[in-house]
Design a protein around this ligand. Structure first.
Ligand code: AMP
Ligand code: MG
Length: 289
């Protein structure tokens, strides 16, 4: 039987060592019949998400951290734009992480991310995240240039970082922060097409950067780093979702659906009023009458 597109377990990266990136199909669109159907479904999802966020805020006991990682041009920005288009901006904060400043680099590497973790009641979105420290830092061997003593940057560096991440995400989940991690998966050919579009379309020119083409030369190293990242940090408390993204309209739908399902599973509810609060309502009614 064909996989139902909306079975979110299908995209979930297993927590054992079995995950491989190569066999994952970035063209997958399940039984969705093209862009138009996807747009309708997305609209419904966006509305549902808005309702859930309202309860999340009122409930106040849970927060949500959405982590987006991907190669350049996979669609992190546009996913955020579409998926969050219906939610109340007061309850959502997007944090984008660039090359760390020298101040940030002089701290423990989780420091700059920690400060941006959402409070309970909020949704925080990380456009790139602490995972850059096992991705770009690994691919370009940057750790040795970040002021660490050489005894701390040996062979175990990244296995230690995976350990730290798993412990950190456990810490977050134990504090009521749901951690949802999405890897947006595109093929090398699709990235090429998207870079070409950035060159050809005036409204996309600003997104083009020659350094992205430099990075593209490290494609295989990045794929290895992504695979290793997911194999080592997909856990029961914070699994990765590997999202087919060659068709952006499909990937966005998967991200939306996953956030909705995971929020629903929290069993959110509006706070119940106690006796005193109910009396206050009654009094308020009398006073306004
Ligand atoms: P963009 O998201 O296109 O604005 O690019 C941000 C750039 O910052 C990317 O090239 C990332 O690889 C880079 N970056 C983000 N976090 C780190 C980090 N921890 N160390 C080094 N580079 C980073
Ligand atoms: Mg970029």
């Amino acid at each position: 039987m064909a996989t139902k597109w909306n079975d979110i377990a299908y995209y979930q990266v297993p927590t054992d060592d079995s995950f491989r990136l190569k066999p994952q199909n970035p063209d997958f669109t399940g039984e969705i019949d093209g862009k138009k159907q996807a747009a309708e479904l997305l609209q419904g999802g966006v509305e549902q998400l808005a309702e859930l966020q309202d309860v999340l805020y009122a409930d106040g006991r849970w927060g949500v951290l959405v982590v987006l990682q991907a190669i350049d041009a996979a669609g992190k920005d546009s996913t955020i734009k579409h998926v969050m288009s219906g939610v109340n901006p007061q309850g959502v904060k997007v944090s984008s992480f660039k090359k760390p400043s020298s101040d940030e680099m002089s701290h423990n590497w989780l420091w700059r991310y920690s400060k941006e973790v959402p409070a309970r009641g909020e949704i925080g979105i990380f456009n790139r995240s602490y995972y850059e420290d096992v991705l770009v830092v690994k691919v370009h061997d940057l750790a040795s240039k970040q002021g660490l003593h050489e005894s701390l940057t040996g062979k175990k560096l990244f296995s230690h970082r995976y350990e730290d991440i798993n412990a950190y995400e456990k810490h977050l989940t134990r504090n009521g922060i749901l951690v949802l991690k999405f890897f947006l998966h595109i093929s090398a050919d699709e990235q090429r097409k998207r870079f070409l579009r950035r060159l050809e379309r005036p409204e996309k020119n600003w997104k083009f950067s020659l350094s992205d083409l430099e990075e593209r030369r490290y494609w295989d190293d990045y794929q290895d780093a992504f695979e290793s990242m997911m194999r080592n940090t997909s856990t029961d408390h914070a699994p990765w979702y590997c999202v087919p993204m060659n068709n952006k309209w499909f990937g966005r739908l998967v991200v939306t659906k996953t956030i909705i399902e995971r929020l629903k599973a929290l069993g959110l509810s509006y706070p119940q009023l106690n006796e005193a609060q109910k009396q206050a309502l009654e009094k308020g009614r009398e006073m306004l009458a």
